[in-house]
Design a protein around this ligand. Structure first.
Ligand SMILES: C[S@@+](CC[C@H](N)C(=O)[O-])C[C@H]1O[C@@H](n2cnc3c(N)ncnc32)[C@H](O)[C@@H]1O
Length: 469
């Protein structure tokens, strides 16, 4: 079933309370539950009205999955004001409603067919990048909400800050977002990460009430446009740091994606001596565990590039050329889709060894909690599952990693990073760039000005295994 996650009764009741707060429904009002599943919200609305002896509004439930319909229709057959429509909510329909309440489906773009993606992209401004169906449900609901009408949705909190949801934030911020309520993570068991209730009124924007997970509340003004709402939701707008991690770093990026680690990453121990001139110590995210103190990579990455990211011609690759030309290796490399656009032995992404082979800080792209390791000698080439942070001033390495390991940095990252399943944090470079750095740390790293790219020390560092001291 596409995106079926039923809403627990206590959450349904909380949302219905918000829907009718200060504006009791009448029997002439129209109410919509798009993607009504088994009818939890319809039941909740009827329960609310009956317990207060208030007329039940005209309710429409729209559900696309035929498997829900028999039970759904049976559940409300004695309710004359309830109409169940077997339809696609994301299709053309101009009917408007005074109230819309629901839990839209969470369906990532990867689960949509090519035809669906094309249709949605043509119809919705929110269908941009790697969109999720719940963004489109928001947009469609805004089209169907009558002037002055109220909408209450429960969705993942991600729409508050992910780049993909920028167009949705732009649409929402043109209206009155009355309240954003961040719910406990276990609201849906393990099914939905960081659920959030959004209450919106179809009228010009004003102040927004925020209810945070720790119970604190605030009244804020949401930024117009596509900006992330996280700083205002988390209450950090007034304490924005003058200096961020991005200001102190020459590079803050995801490690090298070869596009064929099975070919380019080999055990360092029994490496053919003919390959050693092109072999660099490398580390993957899974090798970085809380117990890892000694960064001694067990593997080497064979890199057919020079320090500036130029792919070396085959005739300059010596023993690596023979290895790459072996039938099974060549065949494996040719089967990659990325080689339609580049030479057959190129990496998926160009490695810039001049920047990578510097003293740096490493962290995993995803983890239970943010942790940081130091490659003091600057000899490790991180793989795609590892982020690397290169201070502009190498002498500031310890001050920066000391701060990254502090409680203050940990708290900020926990609040600002995206969450993967099980509450794991995704440390994206975009977020790390924005990490505020206290001025004392920033002063230690005083040499923020861009370093000369061709300095001798760096060139020395950009040499493979066998040429190092
Ligand atoms: C997250 S579930 C919520 C179900 C129910 N509203 C609840 O909260 O218990 C989303 C529902 O949307 C339905 N759905 C998915 N795509 C739909 C579409 N394009 N039109 C209508 N319903 C859809 C799914 O079948 C699923 O029942």
């Amino acid at each position: 079933m596409k995106g079926f996650v039923p809403t627990p009764r206590a959450t349904v009741d909380e949302m219905v309370e918000l829907l009718f707060r200060g504006r009791q429904p009448g029997e002439d009002n129209a109410l919509l539950d798009p993607g009504c599943g088994t009818g939890e919200f319809i039941d909740g609305v009827i329960r609310w009205c009956e317990s207060r002896r208030v007329a039940v509004p005209r309710i429409t439930g729209i559900e696309a999955d035929p498997r829900h319909l028999p039970a759904l229709r049976a559940r409300f057959e004695r309710q004359p004001g309830v109409r169940i429509k077997h339809a696609d909510f994301l299709a053309d329909d101009r009917t408007t409603y005074d109230y819309i309440i629901g839990n839209p489906p969470y369906v990532p773009i990867t689960e949509l067919s090519e035809a669906e993606k094309a249709r949605y992209r043509a119809r919705y401004t929110t269908a941009r990048g790697r969109f999720d169906l719940y963004l489109l449900f928001f947009e469609e609901a805004l089209r169907r909400l009558a002037p002055g009408g109220r909408l209450v949705f429960i969705t993942p909190e991600k729409y508050l800050y992910v780049e993909t949801a920028g167009p949705l934030r732009d649409l929402l911020a043109r209206r009155q977002v009355e309240e954003i309520r961040l719910l406990r993570e276990d609201t849906f068991g393990e099914l939905v990460t960081y659920p959030t209730i959004t209450v919106l009124c179809q009228q010009p924007p004003g102040a927004t009430r925020i209810v945070r997970r720790d119970g604190t509340t605030a009244t804020v003004k949401l930024p117009r446009g596509r900006h992330s709402w996280l700083p205002v939701v988390e209450g950090e707008a007034s304490q924005r740091a003058a200096v961020t991690l991005g200001d102190l770093c020459l590079r803050l990026s995801c490690g090298v994606a070869t596009g064929a680690d099975g070919v380019f990453v080999r055990a360092a121990g029994d490496l053919d001596p003919a390959l050693r001139p092109f072999a660099y110590p490398t580390i993957a995210g899974r090798e970085l565990t809380p117990a890892t103190t000694d960064l001694t990579p067990r593997c080497a990455m064979l890199i057919p590039y020079d320090a500036d990211g130029r792919l070396l011609p085959l005739e300059r690759l010596g023993g690596l050329r023979h290895y790459l030309l072996r039938d099974e290796v060549r065949h494996r490399l040719l089967s990659r889709t990325c080689v339609k656009r580049k030479p057959w032995y190129a990496f998926h992404e160009t490695p810039l060894l001049r920047d990578i082979l510097r003293p740096k800080i490493l962290c995993k792209d995803i983890g239970e909690t943010p942790r940081f390791w130091v490659d003091r000698r600057g000899e490790i080439v991180p793989r795609h599952s590892v982020y690397y942070i290169v201070p502009r001033d190498p002498t500031a390495l310890d001050a920066i990693v000391g701060y990254l390991r502090s409680q203050a940095a940990h708290d900020w990252l926990t609040r600002n990073c995206q969450r993967a399943s099980k509450g794991y944090l995704r440390l994206q470079s975009r977020v790390l760039q924005r990490l505020p750095v206290p001025l004392d740390v920033a002063h230690v790293a005083a040499a923020w000005q861009p370093v000369a790219r061709a300095d001798a020390a760096v060139l020395q560092a950009a040499l493979p295994f066998e040429h190092r001291a």
